[in-house]
Structure formats: C-alpha cells, structure tokens
Design a protein around this ligand. Structure first.
Ligand code: CA
Length: 221
C-alpha cells in the first residue's frame, strides 16, 4: 500500500516515514500544498496523511481537490488544530478520519490499517486467502501455518495480491502501489520480487503469471 505524507514539519515527516516504511508501506512525502497537488495528480495513493496548515495552501483545499478528481484515496487529516469546527469541516470536505497532534504513532498506524481494510472487506487486521494468512498489525505472514520471512517489498506485493484474490494485477499497478516515487518504471524489480516471493511460498501456481497482463493470486478451491 502506498501513502502520501503531506506535512511541513521535517522532524515529524522523518519519524512518520521511518515508522510507516517499517510497517510495510511505500511512502512519498510532500512538504507543501503545490507539491502535494502535483503528486496527487501523477500517482495513485491508497491513503493520504494530510496536515491542515501547509505552505502554499491548506489541507481543506487539497482534500476537496482529491475528492473532486474522484480519487479513491483514504484521507486522514493530521493537525495541531483541535477545534471542533475544524474536525467537522475536515470530515465534511471528504476526509475519512481526523487525528490531532500530538498523537501516538501506534494509534496512527491502527487508523491507517482500519481505513485500508475498509476497501479489502476484511473485518480485522488479519487477511486470509486459502492457506495464506497475513497479519497487518504484526507484519506476520504464514502459509498453512508455516511462517514466512519476507522483505518489505515481498510483503507489500503479497498484501496487495491478497486484497484481490482471483484478479489480475499488472506489474505497473504493483509498482504504483507497493513502491514509492523513487522506483524506476523500467526496472525488472517487480518481476524479481514476485520470483523471490514464489520461491519463499514454495507452492507452485499460487501466484500465477497471466501472460502480458500481470499476476493473479489463485483463489482457494
Ligand atoms: Ca503544518
């Protein structure tokens, strides 16, 4: 899952980035409203952490433009303002959730997980497809009870596929949602990562290659 952090406090950005990457997310950062706007036009994010007070604009405007563009990204407004009318306005402008600074990082992570699983239909932080089980709160993955040690990208790819079992997911889509903006679109990194993931799964055909279209996680029989 790929997140955009829109925040102008550099220390906070650094802490958020480290924590979110460690939690298995691909993270892009925008330090002001214009660059956030640009990144939102170019990339598709699963979730946006949006500060309200920004250089060059405000979070309300950004929130409106994301919604006006029909983008499905989940939005959590993060701000020092704790006034009730700001919270109400943020939600009315299309934010899905609202967090007041200072906040505890585990709470932010729990809210991110809660919003992201709304789209996957999962009721908890655990996702199961056939014998595959992924615990997004603990970052634990197992297949038929055998635990798997995955790299962050292998984890990201598997998580993305497990949200869409039986659906074909293209390499471009994986690159867009599992890697950050520094990924080279012409690299073979997706193919290599899927290859390594298959080796660790040790189950033939669990991740199918659909010629010239992408990859598909086999649905349980
Ligand atoms: Ca700010």
């Amino acid at each position: 899952m790929r997140l955009l952090v829109v925040e102008d406090e550099e220390d906070l950005v650094d802490a958020l980035r480290v924590g979110l990457v460690r939690a298995g997310y691909a993270v892009d950062v925008a330090y002001d409203a214009p660059s956030a706007h640009e990144k939102l036009q170019v990339n598709s994010y699963d979730l946006v952490l949006l500060d309200l007070n920004l250089p060059g604009g405000d979070g309300f405007q950004l929130c409106r433009s994301v919604r006006a563009a029909g983008q499905g990204a989940r939005i959590i407004m993060v701000t020092a303002r704790d006034r009730l009318d700001d919270r109400v306005r943020g939600l009315d402008e299309g934010a899905d959730d609202y967090l007041v600074k200072p906040f505890a990082f585990p709470e932010l992570l729990a809210r991110v997980r809660a919003l992201l699983r709304r789209d996957s239909g999962a009721g908890t932080s655990v996702l199961e497809v056939g014998g595959l089980r992924i615990d997004t709160a603990r970052l634990e993955v197992s297949l038929h009870g055998r635990s798997l040690a995955l790299t962050p990208k292998e984890y990201g790819v598997l998580h993305y596929l497990m949200r869409r079992p039986g659906h074909v997911v293209s390499s471009e889509e994986l690159l867009e949602h599992v890697w950050d903006e520094h990924a080279d679109p012409f690299t073979s990194t997706v193919r290599v990562t899927v290859g390594n993931l298959r080796r660790k799964l040790q189950e033939e055909g669990l991740i199918e290659t659909v010629i010239s279209r992408g990859y598909r996680l086999r649905e349980p029989a």
